[in-house]
Design a protein around this ligand. Structure first.
Ligand SMILES: Cc1ncc(COP(=O)(O)O)c(C=O)c1O
Length: 388
């Protein structure tokens, strides 16, 4: 019954693992889940208060498709203040989460046969959405030895006359790698003189533990012109369920096309979320953001040490986000087999690396309490010593 187009899509492996863990838990099993891609913290009270105020003030109706003017202004101000980027409000569109922003972007820019460069390991959604848009995925492999970051030489070798776009995720899901300003400048040099667009996914921008965050579009005028900046509030202020994301681009006609698509599909995002998002963006929640960042940072330190103390297991200390991409290739190349057996035997849920395009690894989210992290890693250690 279904179209060929829809059959291209496979279910997100992260959601599949999370669902399986939830089912096992509902069946009474003692499950510790490290698979979720969301903070364990609640949305800051100051943001909730804005939402409640918006409901009581009657902001409960349709709004402009691309977001209310006050929200778009708050986004423009944030991009200027935090990222040094100048975007006017007609260069910004608000969507139902950054995932939706990316969906709209690929639909609006990718033609049949266009190549899209995706560094692996990648966030599971990119290749699926690119394929759904008719594009061809070109992966660039990275590994622990280059901190899971692509090199200028790799980028150069991957570009052909069909290359439409490079997707950059900094900080990365699933590895937590962060590109330095110098590394971005070197990649930008390779792109000079080409027509390659850059989709810069900056969702984890606020979760940096080492060094500074640099936006790809802030590198140079050339990069500003070719980069589409994608961001949101799901990770930085624990608003995953509210569904808010945005995209900024120099080309106003691109924004217009995405607005047309959105107007005929989902329309505006939730009117109440829009009011809450202003509070998430304008600095009112900065203290909460810093509290969460600090908590993630100390969990990261402890979890990295615990994993690196397991024989034949290693993990890079990530500079950002809240994931560890644990290397188990010395003991098991098949990450799906490892993850399933681990879940069944020990009740520990992690996400197999194969879902991110890199087998022999798994993703461990440390967006959970430290006691669970200690217990989970201890169970993983015992599982490995028993089975390998
Ligand atoms: C790298 C990256 N980009 C985008 C998203 C989408 O976030 P949302 O749709 O909740 O805004 C996620 C969520 O997991 C992510 O990890």
């Amino acid at each position: 019954m279904q179209t060929d187009r829809i059959n291209i899509l496979s279910e997100s492996i992260t959601i599949a693992v999370t669902t399986l863990a939830q089912e096992l838990r509902a069946a009474g099993k003692d499950i510790l889940s490290f698979s979720a891609g969301e903070p364990d913290f609640d949305t800051p009270q100051v943001i909730k208060d804005s939402a409640i105020k918006a409901i009581n003030a009657g902001y409960t109706k349709y709004t402009a498709v691309d977001g209310i003017p006050e929200l778009k202004k708050a986004i423009a101000d944030k991009l200027k203040r935090d990222n040094g980027l100048d975007y006017a409000t007609n260069q910004i569109i608000v969507s139902n989460g950054a995932k939706h922003s990316l969906f709209n972007l690929f639909q609006a820019t990718i033609q049949e046969g266009d190549e899209v460069i995706i560094p692996a390991p990648y966030w599971v959604t990119y290749p699926e959405l690119v394929k759904y848009s008719g594009g061809t995925v070109v992966e660039i492999e990275t590994n622990d030895s280059n901190s899971f970051k692509i090199t200028p030489a790799q980028l150069k070798a991957a570009i052909t006359n069909k290359t439409k776009m490079l997707i950059l995720t900094t900080p990365s899901n699933p590895t937590g790698s962060v590109y330095t300003k110098e590394e971005l400048i070197a990649l930008a040099d390779v792109l000079k003189g080409t027509e390659v667009l850059v989709a810069s996914d900056e969702m984890y921008e606020k979760l940096i533990y080492n060094g500074e965050f640099t936006s790809a579009a802030a590198i140079s005028e050339d990069m500003y012109n070719r980069t589409i900046t994608i961001n949101g509030l799901s990770k930085s202020v624990a608003m995953t369920g509210w569904r808010f994301g945005y995209l900024a681009a120099k080309d106003t006609s691109l924004i217009k096309s995405m607005k047309s698509l959105q107007s005929q599909s989902t329309s505006n995002i939730c009117s109440i979320t829009q009011h809450a998002a202003i509070t998430g963006l304008d600095g009112s929640a900065d203290k909460d953001i810093e509290m969460m960042r600090k908590a993630f940072s100390s969990r990261r330190d402890e979890a990295v040490d615990l994993f690196n103390a397991i024989d034949n297991v290693s993990v890079m200390k990530p500079d950002g986000a809240f994931y560890l991409f644990v290397n188990i290739s010395k003991i098991e190349k098949d990450s799906l087999k490892f993850s399933k057996a681990l879940l069944e035997e020990t009740g520990v849920a992690i996400v197999p690396g194969v879902g991110f395009g890199t087998d022999g690894h798994f993703r461990f989210s440390f967006a959970t309490d430290i006691e669970s992290i200690r217990e989970g890693i201890s169970r993983i250690k015992n599982f490995i010593s028993k089975n390998y």
